[in-house]
Design a protein around this ligand. Structure first.
Ligand code: 1GP
Length: 250
């Protein structure tokens, strides 16, 4: 497969992107594969693997079965240093920029770097920022959560992340959030950066919310919880991917 970052940029020349997040903690590897295959039929562009409370065997076994069966990129979205697998195509190598705990800002990264090198997977350097309500990742990551009514704060962090050489920036409301990231916050963040790929996730449950996030400036829209909740993964992902495609062409 072509390198994941080039693959992403290639798609972004024509339209915005959707990724499906699968938490290996929530189902067996075979069930994760079934979800991934349905999501791909629904138009998702890649599978992210991660969660706040996973163990390495779950990550490894899920990535292995996916790598043997699907063609879209498999990208690790690590919750900690135990979330690395050689069976993935790439990893979002991320710094949790608004954590108050140095471990999440740079400690875990230093500990994980040799493991990532050894796994031989592609590295996608990313700044990560958690906005209210923040959910589990806000709590686990000791975040100073961005207030929802302060849309310019992530923009300043994104600008600094780009100056430090990061190429991706993820604005996160927390998995299962009752409200997604406010669109003006996405807009300021996109405008504050030059070439960064802006990822938006947390609380996006339908086509309308996905459309709003893409239209506001999100390059990659991530959904996770909906594939755990719905009986019709393909139909639900289709609703979201067609809304993102609509936002791309308008
Ligand atoms: C979580 O942003 C992702 O890190 C996805 O959030 O589970 O709410 O879709 P949801």
């Amino acid at each position: 497969m072509e390198m994941v970052e080039e693959h992403i940029k290639g798609i972004l020349k024509n339209r915005k992107i959707h990724f499906t997040l699968i938490d290996p903690d929530e189902q067996t590897p075979q069930e994760a594969l079934n979800i991934a295959e349905e999501a791909i039929l629904g138009g998702t562009d890649g599978i992210m693997i991660g969660g706040s409370t996973v163990n390495n065997d779950e990550v490894d076994e899920t990535c292995k079965i996916l790598s043997e069966n699907i063609e879209v990129p498999i990208i690790l979205f690590p919750g900690n240093i135990n979330s690395v697998s050689k069976y993935a195509d790439a990893i979002f190598f991320m710094s949790y920029l608004n954590s108050t705990n140095p471990y999440w800002i740079y400690g875990a990264q230093a500990l994980a770097a040799p493991i990532v090198r050894q796994a031989g997977i592609e590295v996608l350097p990313m700044g990560y920022m958690v906005v209210q309500p923040g959910g589990t990742v806000g709590w686990v990551g000791d975040a100073k959560l961005v207030p929802r009514n302060k849309p310019k704060i992530p923009a300043a962090y994104a600008m600094s992340a780009e100056l430090l050489g990061m190429r991706f920036f993820y604005i996160e409301a927390g998995s299962g959030a009752d409200k997604p990231i406010p669109p003006e916050m996405v807009g300021y963040t996109k405008k504050a950066t030059e070439d960064m790929i802006i990822i938006v996730g947390g609380g996006i449950r339908d086509g309308e919310a996905a459309y709003t996030a893409a239209k506001a400036g999100g390059d990659i829209i991530v959904t996770g919880t909906i594939v755990e909740e719905t009986n019709d993964v393909r139909g639900k992902i289709e609703e979201i991917t067609s809304a993102i495609r609509k936002a791309s062409i308008e």
